[in-house]
Design a protein around this ligand. Structure first.
Ligand SMILES: Cc1cc2nc3c(=O)[nH]c(=O)nc-3n(C[C@H](O)[C@H](O)[C@H](O)COP(=O)(O)OP(=O)(O)OC[C@H]3O[C@@H](n4cnc5c(N)ncnc54)[C@H](O)[C@@H]3O)c2cc1C
Length: 235
């Protein structure tokens, strides 16, 4: 459909899920730890499971490695001397659930990027707007796309007035502003979080992050309301 390839942003992520069959010991909150060009986090997702991630700078995405035991070793190597809670989470992760993902995005520049639909073909989610995970919004936006698209299609089919093609165009136009803003913001937040200069990191950790997090607008993107789906009448 004429889209450019997603662009590598200079950092990769390791992710995994730790298993605690006897129950995990953590409070129900997201734990973030910031280093230099390196950050990590973990969050309990059930009584027995803890999700974790590590983001690290790398000039290139590097070779594809599918052997999860190698990935886990690399993740542990990056986290040497980091807090023991985090290391505990990594050690409790089975090798075969560790994955590595080079982080990419695609900015949909107004007036330059192709439309979300061509004829009767339309894209949603990462196929249209891959974004970095720094705001945790990629899957959320894919779901929002689906709701808006379903609403436009259902209106077009119900009224018979608007063509499907026009409904797809209206979907792309409505979603574009939201997507562009979140993609750009996630990219900029990623650059800030991946800084590796020690002085800049001190400033970031002790002044910028506490100040930003206190400001409600920093999280305003999470309060987005898209259309509501109408229930389908049963036949
Ligand atoms: C490190 C990391 C952390 C993230 N954290 C968050 C988060 O906290 N919150 C959040 O909202 N998002 C997060 N995301 C983003 C989220 O994972 C994606 O935005 C989301 O998965 C996109 O969903 P999708 O359905 O559009 O695409 P995908 O999840 O990529 O699904 C596409 C599917 O299509 C399949 N497929 C591809 N080609 C074909 C084909 N030719 N035929 C058949 N099937 C095909 C693929 O195998 C895949 O299963 C994160 C991403 C990363 C990398």
């Amino acid at each position: 459909m004429g889209f450019s390839e997603p662009k590598y942003v200079g950092h990769c992520a390791f992710r995994g899920i730790a298993l605690y069959p006897e129950g995990q010991p953590f409070k129900a909150r997201v734990n973030y730890i910031y280093g230099r060009g390196l950050r990590a986090g973990f969050v309990p997702i059930s009584q027995a499971k803890v999700y974790w991630f590590i983001c690290f700078n790398n000039p290139s995405p590097g070779p594809r490695t599918d052997d999860p035991s190698i990935l886990k070793k690399q993740a542990l190597e990056l986290m040497r001397n980091w807090p023991s809670d985090l290391l505990d989470v990594l050690h409790n992760t089975p090798d075969d659930v560790v994955i590595k993902t080079p982080l990419v995005d695609r900015w949909l520049w107004p007036g330059f990027s192709p439309a979300a639909s061509t004829d009767n073909v339309v894209v949603v989610g990462d196929a249209w707007h891959p974004m970095t995970p720094n705001l945790g919004q990629g899957a959320c936006c894919a779901l929002e796309d689906s709701v808006v698209l379903a609403g436009k299609l259902s209106a077009a089919l119900k009224d018979g007035g608007e063509s499907v093609e026009a409904a797809l165009r209206a979907y792309g136009e409505e979603r574009w502003a939201r997507i562009f803003m979140v993609t750009a913001r996630a990219n900029l937040v990623g650059s800030l979080l991946q800084w590796d200069n020690p002085v800049v990191c001190e400033f970031r950790n002790n002044i910028m992050i506490p100040w930003f997090v206190r400001l409600a607008p920093f999280l305003e993107h999470t309060n987005f309301e898209c259309d509501l789906l109408e229930p389908v009448a049963s036949t």
